[in-house]
Each structure stands twice: as structure tokens, then as C-alpha cells.
Design a protein around this ligand. Structure first.
Ligand code: NIG
Length: 397
């Protein structure tokens, strides 16, 4: 099945090809066959099975949302309202969602995840990571991972999100790195730990990550969200694919990230919703670190999956250029999930790459309802997602 896309005012390839004005794009069986200037297109309309005229709209790769917590039930609007009235964010709120998630049951959790993915598609997101972490016992964490694995390729085991209320920390940790990990590992690709005061300290976090690695999982870390701490250094030392939040960084943290393959993931919607200082995206990029932008969709600190909003915030308030912000929310996220183009449009495992529009990559397209992608920041909050395609198939619009 071959589809020719025409009428593209600007094609942001997020690759060495840069932005191509008046472009065309050819998709074959879900992957990109060709991209370039429309007048150079080697495929005539009658050689395609279908032609989609986008009517002079901008096209970019679908967003790669590399940090979400989609498997939860419950609502924490009251906690949020109290925070807006001056209360500090504390990790303990996770326990409220834990009760609702434990009692939700498989069908309801599946329906919630489907709804959240549909909302993501409606905002231009085409690749999702999601974490467990609101079950916090073996049975519920396993269920969360099983549910997640039906809908996303990148499932992260986050049993080490919080010690559940009333549990003994040492006994809970032993469960996380023992029977819980044994049960969940077959359904997950990654392990994560909330390395923060009020959650897990450096030694505990190391134990979780090393056990996950032993079980064959890749590593991710929630680090330096609420204050300076060991999360970033630990993530870099252990070769984690990403360390996320990164609000409070020392010069040594920034240098360590810049000298590593660990992606620094900015979560601007979360920073605003918790009234934390925005993560220093500008300094990280200037130092040479690889930066991703993700939504951190979750009920406590970031109840939004809007990557358009996150990208606008990164430009308007974190001083990224539009190109940098788009790259962070596409190839940056793909790098954080190790799904980036490692050559010929394929990721390190040989699958069609995410977050870039080059031949061989997955035909994941975000079509904007405007000719100019700068409108993402210039017209913040406007409904700019026109259509979304995953592997060449229209999933929104
Ligand atoms: O990424 N920081 C830890 N985990 C989530 C928030 C969890 C919650 O409060 O429900 C986050 O912000």
C-alpha cells in the first residue's frame, strides 16, 4: 500500500534534511519511502494507491511522549487545588491514586488507557511510554503492566514509586526487587525509580535499578525533581537511558549529562503544575546534553497529555528555539526510548525509527492546521493538531 502526501507547506524532517518547503512524502506499508521537495517527487499520483492533499499544512513527526503514567484510576483535583492555594507538592499523594487503581479492575484500566491514548493522538502524539506505579503490590503492578503492554511498546515498571502507606520500607523494597519484578519483567522493557526525598534514597534506588538490569530491563530514573539529589549522578553512572524531571541540577550534574548517553527529559507541564522552577533546558542544551520533552501525564503532578502545550512552554519559558523544542519532543523522546534513527531510518533494534521523517522510519505524522509550525508557540493553546498518522494509518482527524 503506497500513499503520496502532497500539499505540505513545510516538512520538518527532524533529521539532517532539516525543514523542506513545499514538500511531498511517500509512505509504503507504514514506513517512509521518500521525502523531499514536491517538484522532485519520484512517485507520480497514478503510481500511488492513494493521494492525500494536505492543503498547504505543516507536517512534523508525531510527538514521542517518553514519560507518562497512563495506568491509573482516581482524581486528585482537591490536592491540586490545595497546591494552587500554597501547599507544597509531596510524593505521598501517590497513595490516593493507589487505592483507586487497585480497585479499578482490568476492564476499567484498559478503557482508561485507551481513552488516554486517543487523547494523545488528538494532540499529535504517536509514540507513548507508560509506567506502572499506582498499584504498589505485586498483583496490581502486574495487572498495570499487562494492561499497558496491550497498548504501548515501551512499558516501564515503577514499583519503586512510593512505599505504600503502612508498609515497611525494607520489606516493600524486597518485594519490588523480588517477586514483583519477577512477575512484571516479562511485560516491561524498562525499570524506573523515584529517587527523591520522601520516596527512595540513593542506595535503595541503586538496588532497584541493578535488580532491573539483572532482569534484562533498561533503566530510567525520576531524579532531581524536588531538590538537589543523587538521581542524575546515579542515572549517568548506571547508563540509564533517561533521567526525568531534572529541575534542580548542580554544575556537575549538567556536565555529567553532557558527557553521557543519558537523555535529560524535561517535563514542563509538571513543573508548572507543581510550581517547581522550570528545568534548565537551555543550560542543558548549551552544555551539550541530549534533551527530551515529555508530558508526564499523571493524576498528581501533570494531568495533561498535551505535547503541544509542553513544546509551547519550552519555547516561551525555557528559552528553547522552536527547532530545539520540536527535536526534543520527537527525536529526543525517541532517544530516551532508544527508538531513534541509528542509520537507514531504523532504530538500534532494527525497527522503523520514531521521531524523524526519513526514508525507512515509521510514517508517524503530525499534520498541523496551519502552514507554519512556529504557530505551536506563537499561538499557544490553539487547536493546532489537524491529523495524526501512526505507521501511515490515520488515527485522528
Ligand atoms: O513523575 N515524581 C513522581 N511521579 C510522578 C508523580 C506521581 C504523583 O504524584 O502521582 C511524576 O511527577
Amino acid at each position: 500500500m503506497r500513499t503520496l502526501f502532497t500539499g505540505i507547506s513545510e516538512l520538518r524532517t527532524v533529521s539532517v534534511a532539516g525543514t523542506i518547503p513545499e514538500a511531498a512524502l511517500v509512505v509504503s506499508d507504514g514506513t517512509i519511502e521518500w521525502v523531499g521537495a514536491a517538484h522532485d517527487c519520484p512517485v507520480a499520483a497514478d503510481a500511488a494507491d492513494s493521494v492525500v492533499d494536505l492543503g498547504g499544512r505543516a507536517v512534523l513527526p508525531g510527538w514521542v511522549d517518553s514519560h507518562t503514567h497512563m495506568v491509573f484510576d482516581g482524581d486528585r483535583g482537591a490536592e491540586f487545588e490545595a497546591r494552587m492555594a500554597g501547599q507544597d507538592y509531596a510524593a505521598g499523594g501517590i497513595a490516593v491514586t493507589m487505592e483507586a487503581t487497585r480497585s479499578a479492575g482490568r476492564e476499567r484500566l484498559e478503557a482508561l488507557v485507551r481513552e488516554r491514548i486517543a487523547a494523545g493522538h488528538a494532540g499529535g502524539t504517536t509514540t507513548f511510554e507508560t509506567k506502572t506505579g499506582y498499584g504498589l503490590n505485586t498483583e496490581s503492578e502486574l495487572l498495570a503492566a499487562e494492561v499497558a503492554a496491550q497498548y504501548v511498546d515501551d512499558v516501564t515498571f515503577l514499583g519503586a514509586h512510593l512505599v505504600p502507606p503502612g508498609a515497611d520500607a525494607e520489606a516493600y523494597l524486597a518485594e519490588v526487587v523480588g517477586p514483583m519484578l519477577d512477575a512484571v519483567a516479562a511485560h516491561a522493557q524498562w525499570i524506573d525509580v523515584f529517587c527523591e526525598r520522601g520516596a527512595f534514597d540513593q542506595q535503595q534506588s541503586r538496588r532497584v535499578l541493578e535488580a532491573g538490569r539483572e532482569a534484562g530491563l533498561g533503566l530510567r530514573v525520576h531524579g532531581n525533581q524536588l531538590g538537589q539529589g543523587p538521581g542524575v549522578a546515579l542515572a549517568v553512572e548506571l547508563g540509564a537511558a533517561s533521567v526525568d524531571h531534572v529541575n534542580y541540577l548542580s554544575d556537575a550534574d549538567i556536565a555529567a549529562l553532557a558527557g553521557s548517553d543519558t537523555v535529560a527529559t524535561l517535563l514542563p507541564a509538571c513543573d508548572l503544575s507543581t510550581r517547581q522552577p522550570l528545568a534548565p533546558g537551555r543550560q542543558l542544551l548549551d552544555a551539550g546534553a541530549t534533551v527530551a520533552i515529555a508530558s508526564n501525564l499523571n493524576p498528581g503532578t501533570s494531568y495533561t497529555s498535551s505535547m503541544n502545550f509542553c513544546v509551547a512552554t519550552a519555547v516561551l519559558q525555557q528559552h528553547l528555539t522552536l527547532d530545539e523544542a520540536i527535536a526534543a519532543a520527537t527525536t529526543g523522546g525517541a532517544k530516551a526510548l532508544r527508538r531513534h534513527d541509528a542509520g537507514d531510518g531504523r532504530d538500534p533494534q532494527g525497527r522503523p525509527a520514531k521521531g524523524t521523517l526519513v526514508a525507512g522510519a515509521s510514517a508517524d505524522l503530525h499534520v498541523l492546521d496551519t502552514a507554519n509550525a512556529i504557530d505551536l508557540a506563537y499561538r499557544p493553546g490553539m487547536p493546532l493538531t489537524y491529523q495524526t498518522y501512526v505507521a501511515g494509518k490515520r488515527v485522528y482527524g
